[in-house]
Design a protein around this ligand. Structure first.
Ligand SMILES: O=C(O)CCC(=O)C(=O)O
Length: 286
């Protein structure tokens, strides 16, 4: 197995493993170790079925059945999320603008995703890239004083701030808001496997618990800007057959939408369940 760094801040490509086939425990451990070190790992030229995607993903943990976003499930496979601008059943796809702001998956739920594995089956001729940033490094690079401040905060996540909500149909949006009320999580989390501390705040954070939105916003904006500085990012330019796996505990990501919407983009994602976290709170006053 070969591990080739793709970015200084995060990202590595793994070569020399056929992940469509069953892999042994030693290989799983080596991949996991590289994943912890690089936060984002990429496998190229993967050609597999949905069942093989599920089987590989399960080697790294229990899979989420996407009950928090049921309209984006891939038909017949609740553990696969379909992210596409291809119309579905004659209707515009609900996921066509998914992920268009910086976020960590399922932060608006009581079981934020541990990791996600996104597989590209179709891409536009140019663009459709995804950006990633390193939240462990973002935390490390704060001053001790600022670390002390954020260590004490809880970030509230509000489904209203999820990108793409404006294009969802209003009935589905009402259902999603009911399924996902605002929830507070620690603003700094400790990775349950590697022990690494990482910042947990995003463009989907409405406020810090116990503070108003007006009080919180300057700090939310500062922390997001700090975390997403170009030198702390990796930009993935997709090829059909890429599997990109990100660790939601130490990285954020954003789908850029930098492509011609008349061309199709189609992705399938598994989501590794994270630990239970957080508690439901009142929404921010906007
Ligand atoms: O489509 C992409 O590039 C990323 C989608 C996304 O944000 C997600 O799966 O959480």
């Amino acid at each position: 197995m070969e591990i080739i760094p793709l970015g200084h801040a995060l990202g590595a490509e793994i070569r020399g493993v056929d992940i469509a086939e069953e892999i042994g425990d030693n290989t799983v451990a080596a991949i996991r170790e590289a994943w912890h070190r690089h936060h984002i790992i990429v496998f190229r030229d993967v050609s597999w079925t949905p069942d093989q995607h599920l089987a590989f993903s399960r080697r790294f943990g229990a899979l989420d059945d996407h009950a928090s976003t049921p309209h984006e499930r891939f038909e017949g496979y609740p553990e696969l999320l379909e992210i596409t601008n291809r119309p579905k059943n004659g209707q515009p796809s609900q996921s066509r603008n998914a992920g268009r702001n910086w976020h960590s998956d399922y932060s608006y739920t009581d079981r934020p995703a541990a990791a996600s594995m996104l597989y590209c089956t179709e891409k536009p001729s140019v663009g459709g890239d995804t950006m990633f940033c390193n939240m462990a490094r973002a935390y490390d690079e704060l001053s001790d004083k600022m670390k002390g401040i954020v260590d004490d905060l809880e970030s509230v996540y509000d489904f209203n701030l999820v990108s793409g909500t404006k294009v969802r149909d209003p009935e589905k949006m009402a259902e999603l808001l009911k399924l996902n009320p605002p929830i507070a999580h620690p603003c700094v989390r400790v990775h349950d496997e590697s022990g690494v501390k990482a910042l947990y705040v995003s463009e989907r954070t409405s406020h810090f618990e116990g503070m108003s939105r007006a009080e919180s916003l300057p700090l939310i904006e500062y922390l997001c800007q700090h975390a997403t500085r170009p030198q702390n990012t990796y930009r993935h330019k997709w090829r059909v057959g890429d599997l990109v796996c990100w660790d939601n505990r130490t990285a954020m990501h954003m789908a850029l939408g930098d492509y011609d919407p008349s061309e199709f983009r189609h992705m399938l994602r598994t989501t590794l369940q994270g630990q239970k976290s957080g508690y439901v709170v009142a929404p921010a006053e906007y």
